[in-house]
Design a protein around this ligand. Structure first.
Ligand SMILES: NC(=O)c1ccc[n+]([C@@H]2O[C@H](COP(=O)([O-])OP(=O)(O)OC[C@H]3O[C@@H](n4cnc5c(N)ncnc54)[C@H](O)[C@@H]3O)[C@@H](O)[C@H]2O)c1
Length: 253
């Protein structure tokens, strides 16, 4: 307990899945958390943190708009006076083959999965510099490294996010701002369940698929949140530009 006491975190996508687990975990370990989501579900995360004795500030907005990112950082500063941790988790992963990939598809995916993290970092970094350092954790995907034929645009956004991770890590290391990339594996979340439902698969099917994975189960949001906590804490002070993969080794086996 208490691994991020005294720190302030801004977590996007905190109303569901991996982002919610990150927000709850960071709050449990002592951070004050700005809970950001475009959906009203962020309120339940914020309420859960408060009910457990933590401190949360709710912020609803679409990170695809730079003005929202500017305001989210400003709201964090108003509520808590500093910003130490940025978890860029909000994301969408609709399936489009190359043949189905249009300008509209690319625009929406890049707005949320890439512009959002970039603009949040742009506005968070000056606050982190003033505070003496920080940790930015970008939630990526194995598809950002390896690509995927039915996630063409998504894979491109996550590849761009990895490049952004390394660019910022290199640029701001001397400011004690670390920037790292977490690959969560195949995770049982509301978003993944909705994706699978479109193809006629239910939660039981998803869990069954997990038994064929290296560790014998599908990943859970907490698996990624544990890595995020480590990267957010001072325990990882020499991890920068790193990829932490919580997929149980699936990438390699
Ligand atoms: N679930 C997986 O298997 C998996 C695997 C690899 C990577 N990821 C990545 O993890 C992240 C979270 O995925 P998840 O499965 O928890 O998804 P999820 O759909 O369960 O949760 C995503 C949350 O982000 C919010 N969000 C979406 N667009 C937003 C926007 N424009 N502004 C603000 N909030 C927005 C949603 O409202 C939702 O609450 C994504 O970046 C995804 O690409 C997920």
């Amino acid at each position: 307990m208490g691994r991020v006491v005294g720190k302030v975190a801004l977590v996007t996508g905190a109303g569901s899945g991996i982002g919610r687990a990150c927000a709850l975990t960071l709050a449990r370990e002592g951070a004050q958390v700005l809970v950001l989501d475009c959906a009203p579900t962020g309120a339940a995360t914020s309420a859960a943190i408060t009910a457990a004795g933590g401190q949360a500030q709710l912020f609803q907005g679409d990170i695809g708009e730079e003005a929202v990112c500017t305001e989210a950082v400003a709201e964090t500063m108003r509520a808590f006076g500093r910003l130490d941790i940025l978890v860029n988790c909000a994301g969408i992963y609709p399936r489009y083959s190359l043949a189905d990939t249009t300008t509209d598809v690319l625009d929406r995916l890049f707005q949320i999965n890439f512009y959002g993290p970039l603009f949040l970092a742009k506005h968070a970094i000056p606050a982190m510099q003033r505070g003496g350092g920080g940790s930015i954790i970008n939630i990526g995907s194995i598809h950002g490294l390896c690509g995927s034929g039915d996630l063409v645009a998504y894979a491109a956004t996550k590849g761009a996010l990895l490049t952004l991770t390394r660019t910022l890590a290199r640029t701001y290391a001397r400011d004690q701002i670390r920037v790292n990339y977490v690959i969560p594996g195949w995770v049982l979340t509301e978003g993944e369940l909705a994706t699978q439902a479109q193809e006629g698969h239910d939660e039981a099917w998803l869990r069954q698929q997990g038994t064929a994975l290296p560790t014998g189960r599908i990943q859970l949001p907490q698996d990624a949140a544990n890595a995020v906590l480590f990267l957010a804490s001072d325990e990882s002070s020499q991890l920068n530009a790193a990829i932490i993969n919580t997929d149980g080794g699936r990438t390699w086996f």
